[in-house]
Write a protein that binds this ligand. Sequence first.
Ligand SMILES: C[S@@+](CC[C@H](N)C(=O)[O-])C[C@H]1O[C@@H](n2cnc3c(N)ncnc32)[C@H](O)[C@@H]1O
Length: 278
Amino acid sequence: MSYTEFRITVEPYSSDTVDIIIAQLSELGFESFMEAEPELLAYIQTNRLKDLPSNFFALIILPNDAQIEVKRQEILDKNWNEVWESNFEPIIVDNRCLVRASFHHDTPNVDYEIVIDPKMAFGTGHHQTTSLMISALLNSQVDGLSVLDMGCGTGVLAILAEMRGAKSVVAIDNDEWAYRNTLENIKLNGCERIKAFLGDANLLKEYKFDIILANINLNILIADLSKYANSLKDYGKIFMSGILKDDVDTLEMEASKNGLSPIDVQFKDGWAMVSFKK
Ligand SMILES: C[S@@+](CC[C@H](N)C(=O)[O-])C[C@H]1O[C@@H](n2cnc3c(N)ncnc32)[C@H](O)[C@@H]1O
């Protein structure tokens, strides 16, 4: 599988503008992003590019004063490791959860230490939405509960759920690379209660969970909400992110049609995480 990297120079560079670009590229199917001011690096599987309009960068809506310049290059499997190794710094969420790669040493002692070798999969804790979801898990009762991590990426949330005492964890991603990466990271962290699957919400059928985590994007969340709600036990909780602050009302409206009421909303740099109960 080969990926294409787009190096997007953002002028003037600001995290708000970068978030606006990331949100639009995510909707188009871009899967991984790295911020390297003044550039944003965006990655997509090369074979998915044919499904996009040829001038898709020209269609991106930017704040009035912002401009972008884009360069592209193909990243072959063999040099992908170098790309992420030079860009991935350890991160600590809420002073309690460290997410690091296996090549990071001398890291601080915290309650939870997750080792992620992300390669091409999303979920290192650097993205605001992952960090919001980690924070939500740290602040929730997870011990003894069944957890679904839908759109697991690197598996970081599933791994934290097991570390927080979940009785069973199911991790699902529809991207083969993410699924394989989750399997690797499950092994790296010695997790035994996570079962990973390649697929989407159609796998859920009649399975029921106490907690559902879904950090994907607004369109997918809305499309699959009824399946998530159906797979949530009575009084269960669902945490959703991958949405911008302005999308919260839309998501809450769709959730209420599926019998879910909001219990909390958290924001980070324009991104949002909303939790609901059944
Ligand atoms: C934003 S990433 C989140 C990864 C990780 N859970 C985190 O919080 O960092 C979204 C993930 O959802 C996956 N995904 C996208 N659409 C999906 C779908 N319909 N069903 C399952 N997974 C999906 C993508 O492949 C990607 O790995």
